[in-house]
Write a protein that binds this ligand. Structure first.
Ligand SMILES: Nc1ncnc2c1ncn2[C@@H]1O[C@H](COP(=O)(O)OP(=O)(O)OP(=O)(O)O)[C@@H](O)[C@H]1O
Ligand SMILES: [Mg+2]
Ligand SMILES: [Zn+2]
Length: 415
């Protein structure tokens, strides 16, 4: 992709409205813009990251035997009245009346809708277990939308729901999800703290939260200095359950939350199935959320330096950025285009900075964007018949002939 066509409006100045490091870098690197507090525009660069995260999530969900569907954002309020959660969620739900006088809500989450669906479609134990998920836009009228994508009023969530005949089945699906979550966050380049949490408005018993340590995090987690084990912060006890060492309080961002719901929703909504003895029983449920758009910010909070973002390999919007330092020099451009085409042919995603700007601007913008590998081609390269490869994270530079640089790039991405 040529920069001149890609629509990457980078900013030289620090945006005034940015309240967090990730928000600042998302705006400056031209990945995102604000429409209003709580609602954001994903520009092409931001959208690519979002799609990469979604790709990882889909792979890992599918590998657990979950099936993807897509539920509407528009809900009849009536459905929420069945479980009483219209009251529990209160002001958080966007509610309104349509021209026919129907009372509607914009979905803040989808337990009611999915339970209603399964109630209508599943009647026998033979149809269980069943695990469904979606990647979809949620709406919450948050009291304090802030930190950009971290707490928005319109945001993207992955929500999965499991349906089982018994607790043994639920435990199995829960364990599968727990392991899949660890893989997802690892692939997103995150170091995750996992805490056992109380499940609040969701009801149910067991739940785990997946947290990313960051100074702006709105949650407090206790972490063992010795073994890194984490737990939810409660008054009093602050010894590590594993090694009995003292634990320290850290701020963290919640990026995922999984719950064993049991029969909370199936009972209040009469989602029953007949078991192998013909007995009618409520289905046993679990629910599993990931803040997909919040993840974009959380990844930046953990992967940056003063110069900008450092995207982890699997989520980066482009794998390589090629910087021809002088676009008016035909030889430089020929060599750069040539290398760009080779990379494309090998299946790499490449951004080609074809802008006629000073080298200093290109270097600064490349570091700001955070693409893991930068290839620099200038007059010097022509003389020595070699290119320069820079690793964005380590800042290490390598000057070698094109063939060797190519081998390095392949090694970096394909191990
Ligand atoms: N307002 C929001 N903006 C962006 N992401 C959100 C928001 N609210 C929740 N999420 C994400 O969706 C996931 C699943 O939603 P869940 O209902 O469990 O969140 P929550 O417990 O209300 O989160 P929080 O405590 O941060 O408000 C969360 O783990 C979080 O990553
Ligand atoms: Mg919340
Ligand atoms: Zn410990």
């Amino acid at each position: 992709m040529y920069w001149s066509k890609a629509f990457i409006p980078t900013l030289k100045e620090m945006p005034q409205e940015a309240e967090s490091l990730s928000h600042k870098f998302l705006l400056r690197s031209g990945a995102m813009r604000m429409l209003m507090a709580g609602a954001y525009i994903y520009l092409p660069l931001g959208l690519k990251v979002l799609e990469n995260i979604q790709g990882i999530i889909r792979q890992e969900m599918n590998s657990c035997g979950a099936s993807e569907l897509l539920l509407p954002a528009l809900h009849p309020l009536e459905l929420w009245q069945k479980t009483g959660r219209d009251k529990d969620l209160g002001e958080v739900m966007f509610k309104f009346t349509d021209r026919r006088g129907r009372k509607l809500a914009l979905g803040p989450t989808h337990e009611e809708v999915i339970t209603e669906l399964v109630k209508g479609q599943v009647s026998s134990y033979r149809q269980l277990p069943l695990v469904l998920y979606q990647i979809q836009t949620k709406f919450r009228d948050e009291i304090r939308p802030r930190f950009g994508l971290i707490r928005a009023c319109e945001f993207i969530m992955k929500d999965a729901y499991s349906f089982d005949q018994d607790e043994v089945g639920l435990d199995k699906n829960y364990e599968l999800m727990y392991e899949a979550y660890k893989r997802i966050f690892k692939r997103c380049g995150l170091d995750i703290l996992i805490t056992e949490a109380d499940s609040g408005v969701m009801g149910g018993k067991v739940s785990h939260e997946f947290m990313v340590q960051a100074p702006l995090g709105e949650d407090i987690v206790l972490v063992c200095a010795k073994c890194r084990k984490a737990k939810a912060h409660k008054e009093g006890d602050n010894l590590c359950p594993a090694c009995k060492s003292p634990m320290e309080k850290v701020n963290a961002i919640e990026v995922g939350h999984i719950f064993k719901l049991g029969t909370k929703y199936s009972q209040s909504m009469q989602a029953n199935f007949s078991d192998d003895k013909g007995e009618l029983k409520p289905v046993i449920m679990g629910c599993y959320g990931i803040g997909v758009s919040r993840l974009v910010s959380a990844i930046i909070e953990q992967n940056n330096d003063p110069d900008g973002i450092i995207w982890p390999k699997e989520v980066t919007p482009y794998q390589i950025i090629v910087l021809p330092l002088d676009v008016t020099n035909q030889e430089v451009m020929r060599q750069a285009e040539d290398f760009y085409k080779q990379l494309n042919a090998l299946g790499f995603s490449v951004l080609f900075d074809d802008r006629d700007v000073r080298p200093g601007v290109k270097f600064k913008d490349a570091d700001l964007l955070g693409i893991p590998l930068e290839v620099v081609i200038g007059k010097e390269s022509l003389k020595n018949n070699s290119l320069e490869l820079k690793d964005r994270r380590t800042k290490e530079k390598l000057v070698k002939p094109a063939a060797e640089i190519l081998a390095k790039i392949r090694e970096f991405y394909h191990g």
